[in-house]
Design a protein around this ligand. Structure first.
Ligand code: ADP
Length: 454
C-alpha cells in the first residue's frame, strides 16, 4: 500500500477544489518533518519540481539552536540553501487536515544536485541500494510506543511538564476496556493514517498507565521510515486537535516504563523470503544467520542510531521489557535481538533496543549496514541465549549512556565505510553537542538534592 496520490490525480483534486494545500516535508536529524505549506495550485504548477530550504535544518539541535562546529553548515559558509526535491512516489492525502496533501522531499546540494550525504533519507536510500545490489529487498516494520495525557501540549509547556495525567490511569496492557477511553484519539489516528495510505495493522494498550502502541504493516525500508515519521507527526497533530498531548520520549518519568520502537527486519529475493529455510533450525536460512551475526557484531556501534539522546539511555532498565543485552533468542523478550515467526515464511529479526525517540531513517540504515556486513563477511552466528538475559553476566551489554555510545560510533570502521567519514563525523558532532549541553545545564534533580542540603 504505497502513498495514494499521483501528480495527475492531485491536479484533478486541485481543479475540483478538493485539495488546496500541499505540505513539502524533509526529514531532519531528529527524524522530524520540516518544510513548507504550499498553495496547492502553486505546487502543481511548479513547486512539484523543486523548492528549497536553509541547510541549517541538518545542523540544529531539537531546540533549533544553530550548533557551532559542523563542517557542512555554519556561519562561515553562510547557511545557504538545499534543494528540496519532492519524491512524487510519496504524494498522499492528509485526511486529518482539511483539503491537504503531503509529499516527502529529498535534500540535494544546490550546485551539484547530488543528494546531501548526511540527510537521513539519503543515508537510508544508500543502504537500501546496497542491499538491492546484493540481490535483496529490505523489508522492515517499526512499532511505536507513546503516552497519551489529558492536558494539552500548551498547558504542559506553560506549567513546566510537572503534572501530566495519563488518560488511562492503570497498566492497560492489551486492555480493551481501558483503550476505549483513548478511542476519541486512536480511532482518528488509525483511520487518518489509513486514509493517508499507511496500512495500520492495529493499536493496543501498553504496560504502563497511559501508554499505547501502534503497528503498521511492514514494507520496504524507505517506505517504512517515511510511514514512521508521518505517523509520529500525525499522532501529535491529532492529539493537538483533541486538546490532549502525547510523548514519544524514550523515558518521560523515572518510575514509568520507557517507550520503544522495535524494528522488525527481513530480506527478500525475487518476492521470496531470503531469511527462510524450511529445513534449517528455527527456519532460519544461512543468509539470516549471517545477517543476525552482523547485527550482533556491530550492536554497540549502531546503538547511537537506536538511542540518540541522553534520555534514551534511561529507558534501559532491568525488568521493564527494555533490553540491556545485545544477544539473540527466539521469542524471548529479554534479548535485544529476538527472532520472531520461527519456522515460518515470516521468520524475521526484531531489534528491541531502539526507543520511540529514534530517527527511523538512521536506525534502519544502521541496522541494514550491520546486517549486510554480516552477509558480506559470512559471519558465524553465536549460540542462542536462553532464560533471563537481564541476569546473565556473560550476555553482551549495550552502551550504558550517550557518551559511551558515541565513542563506539566514532570508532566504528563498519559504519564509517557504509555511511562515509563525513557523515559519521557529522552525527558524532551532533551527539557531542547534546552531551556538552547536558554537562552545562543545571537540572531540577540537582536543585532538589543540593539546594538546602549541600
Ligand atoms: P509482535 O509479536 O511483535 O506483536 P506482530 O505479528 O504484531 O509481532 O508483527 C509486528 C510487526 O512485524 C508488524 O508491523 C508486521 O507488519 C511486521 N512483520 C511481519 N512479518 C514481517 C517480515 N517478514 N519482515 C518484517 N516485518 C514483518
Amino acid at each position: 500500500m504505497p502513498a495514494n496520490l499521483t501528480l495527475d490525480a492531485l491536479r484533478d483534486l486541485v481543479k475540483a477544489g478538493e485539495i488546496d494545500t500541499v505540505l513539502t516535508c524533509a526529514v531532519d536529524m531528529q527524524g522530524r518533518l520540516m518544510g513548507k505549506r504550499f498553495h496547492a495550485q502553486h505546487f502543481v504548477d511548479s513547486g512539484y519540481e523543486e523548492t528549497h530550504g536553509c541547510d541549517y535544518l541538518l545542523a540544529v539541535d531539537v531546540d533549533m539552536t544553530t550548533v557551532p562546529g559542523f563542517k557542512a553548515s555554519n556561519w562561515a559558509r553562510g547557511y545557504g540553501d538545499y534543494v528540496h526535491k519532492p519524491d512524487l512516489s510519496t504524494l498522499r492525502r492528509v485526511p486529518w487536515l482539511p483539503a491537504t496533501a503531503m509529499v516527502m522531499v529529498d535534500l540535494l546540494d544546490h550546485h551539484t544536485h547530488e543528494e546531501v550525504p548526511h540527510s537521513p533519507r539519503a543515508i537510508l536510500k544508500r543502504q537500501v541500494a546496497r542491499a538491492k545490489a546484493m540481490g535483496f529487498d529490505a523489508m522492515m516494520a517499526t512499532e511505536l510506543e507513546f503516552y497519551i495525557f489529558e492536558e494539552s501540549f500548551a498547558e504542559l509547556r506553560d506549567e513546566g511538564y510537572r503534572a501530566m495525567t495519563p488518560v488511562v490511569r492503570f497498566n492497560n496492557d492489551y486492555g480493551i476496556m481501558g483503550t476505549a477511553k483513548e478511542e476519541f484519539l486512536m480511532r482518528d489516528v488509525r483511520n487518518g493514517l489509513y486514509g493517508a495510505g499507511i496500512p495500520v495493522e492495529n493499536s493496543k494498550g501498553e504496560a504502563e498507565a497511559g501508554q499505547h502502541e501502534i503497528n503498521i504493516r511492514y514494507s520496504d525500508a524507505l517506505d517504512t521510515a517515511d510511514m514512521h515519521s508521518i505517523t509520529k507527526n500525525g499522532i501529535k497533530e491529532m492529539a493537538d486537535q483533541h486538546d490532549v498531548s502525547v510523548t514519544f520520549m524514550a523515558k518521560y518519568a523515572t518510575d514509568r516504563a520507557g517507550s520503544s520502537s522495535h524494528i522488525h527486519q527481513s530480506l527478500w529475493s525475487g518476492g521470496k523470503p531470503a531469511f527462510f529455510d524450511p529445513d534449517a533450525e528455527h527456519g532460519m536460512s544461512q543468509t539470516m544467520r549471517h545477517y543476525l551475526a552482523g547485527l550482533l557484531a556491530h550492536a554497540s556501534g549502531v546503538t547511537y542510531f537506536l538511542a540518540p539522546n541522553i534520555n534514551s539511555y534511561k529507558r534501559f532498565t532491568v525488568g521493564m521489557f527494555a533490553p540491556t543485552k545485545a544477544v539473540w533468542s527466539t521469542d524471548n523478550r529479554t534479548a535485544g535481538y529476538r527472532v520472531c515467526g520461527a519456522g515460518t515464511r515470516g521468520v524475521r529479526v526484531e531489534c528491541r533496543v531502539g526507543g520511540a525517540d529514534l530517527n527511523p531513517y538512521l536506525a534502519l540504515a544502521a541496522q541494514l549496514a550491520a546486517g549486510l556486513d554480516g552477509i558480506e563477511r559470512k559471519l558465524d552466528l553465536e549460540p542462542e541465549m536462553k532464560g533471563d538475559m537481564y541476569a546473565d553476566p556473560n550476555a553482551r551489554q549495550i552502551p550504558r549512556n550517550l557518551r559511551e555510545a558515541v565513542r563506539v560510533l566514532d570508532g566504528s570502521d563498519m559504519l564509517r565505510a557504509a555511511f562515509g567519514d563525513a557523515v559519521i563525523d557529522h552525527y558524532v558532532h551532533a551527539a557531542r553537542w547534546e552531551i556538552a549541553e547536558q554537562d552545562r545545564v543545571v537540572m531540577d534533580w540537582e536543585l532538589k538534592r543540593g539546594f538546602e542540603r549541600l
